[in-house]
Design a protein around this ligand. Structure first.
Ligand code: NAD
Ligand code: GLY
Length: 368
């Protein structure tokens, strides 16, 4: 299996290269991109332990000079303080305008490395080497970069496209199963918002919860179709003037749950799973789609081993309050992406507060 997809943007087009076993060839893959000699490899201790040497050896063999900067593990380090430390490394090692920042890791590393690349010397080149399923199918593609503010997720950032997204699915072998499932939440998202055929293939699968049990052909389909869906949406609306907002399906409430649990209890993908269940229920309450469709979605989420309920200890008032601070608020109204069918969604800020509270309450107990 090897595939190259194009994110066909008018000014910032780039490839997504997907090939198992390709990590040791990364140096050769970067050579035609016309990058400068110096690469700042940004990763964390875990990913660096597994894959840092392979990437460094390949880059060095291809003639690049590599400096490694490690960020502590975890979403709670997705902060401006961590960005400052990347700048410190770049300054110390004299990273000039023609140098490149390379993200080796999950979405946390990718988002931060991209933001540092967007802002260091007003912009240096940037390469994404995603190592989680979530980063492969979503975070590494599309150019959203940034960090969290103590009061809200991803509130600080920039649109900044990479020069290449380089995916070796073999690295998923070491990914903890919980993180694999988190990535599957974004895959299910593409099925619900864009690709009914992908959704049906996921429904038909015997296993979706671990990389070891999933059919390798299905994993290929998942990577290619998810990246294609994201590339299609981003090509039509790079800076989220309209359509791109659909990629936030499940994220509105998901971010609130993730943030209120301190990014420790619920990870990003789990938050999205819970958010999709809630959005599905809002869709039913507002007559946008029917209970049967919502049940198909929720069954797929449950089959993947993802959570489907909001933790009981979270107060409804706190959740509603944090929704008001979300980036997706427009003119004071919370904007929701709600499903109209498997494969289609609509964007609305017309969700009555009472309906929202009822659905949150229902999602805290067993789902219907
Ligand atoms: P993550 O980056 O925190 O990685 C999860 C864990 O897996 C980490 O502990 C990491 O060290 C470990 N890990 C990574 N690759 C591994 C591997 N191959 N083997 C073993 N361990 C490995 O989590 P994530 O789910 O990849 O990313 C979540 C982040 O992505 C959030 O901050 C979210 O906001 C962001 N995100 C951004 C976009 C975007 O468009 N920019 C889209 C979706 C999510
Ligand atoms: N993950 C949402 C987006 O990239 O727009």
């Amino acid at each position: 299996m090897a595939a190259v997809l194009r994110v066909d943007l008018p000014e910032n087009a780039y490839d997504i290269a997907i090939a198992p076993g390709s990590l040791p060839e990364i140096g050769t893959a970067l050579t035609p991109l016309g990058l400068g000699k110096k690469i700042l490899l940004v990763s964390n201790r875990i990913v660096n332990k597994y894959y840092g040497d392979t990437v460094r050896e390949s880059l060095t063999a291809a003639g690049f000079e590599v400096v490694t900067h490690l960020i502590p593990v975890g979403e709670r380090y997705k902060t401006l303080n961590s960005i400052q430390k990347i700048y410190d490394s770049a300054l110390e090692h004299r990273f000039e305008r023609n140098s490149t920042f390379l993200a080796l890791g999950g979405g946390v590393i990718g988002d931060m490395t991209g933001f540092a690349a967007a802002t260091w010397l007003r912009g240096v080149k940037f390469v994404q080497v995603p190592t989680t399923l979530l980063a492969m199918v979503d975070a590494s593609v599309g150019g959203k970069t940034g960090v969290n503010h103590p009061r809200g997720k991803n509130l600080i950032g920039a649109f900044y496209q990479p020069k290449l997204v380089y995916i070796d699915p073999d690295v998923l072998e070491t990914l903890p199963p919980r993180e694999f499932r988190a990535g599957m939440a974004e895959v299910i998202k593409y099925g619900v918002i864009w690709d009914a055929n992908l959704f049906a293939q996921l429904e038909a699968a015997a296993h979706l919860d671990t990389v070891q049990t999933i059919d390798p052909a299905l994993l290929e389909t998942i990577l290619v179709r998810s990246c294609q869906a994201k590339a299609d949406v981003v090509r039509q609306d790079e800076r989220e003037g309209g359509l791109r907002a659909i990629l936030n399906y499940g994220h509105t409430l998901g971010h609130a749950v993730e943030s209120l649990t301190g990014y420790k209890v619920i990870n990003h993908g789990e938050g999205v799973a819970i958010g999709m269940v809630a959005a599905g229920q809002l869709g039913v309450k507002l007559d946008l789609w029917d209970t049967a469709a919502a049940q198909r979605q929720d069954a797929l989420i449950a089959k993947t081993g993802l959570p489907t309920t909001i933790p009981d200890f979270l107060a409804i008032a706190d959740l509603v309050n944090i929704l008001q601070n979300d980036k997706k608020v427009q003119d004071g109204n919370v904007r929701f992406i709600l499903p109209t069918a498997i494969g289609a969604v609509t964007i609305t800020d017309q969700v009555p507060a009472a309906t929202l509270k009822t659905v949150i309450k229902a999602c805290q107990s067993a789902m219907p």
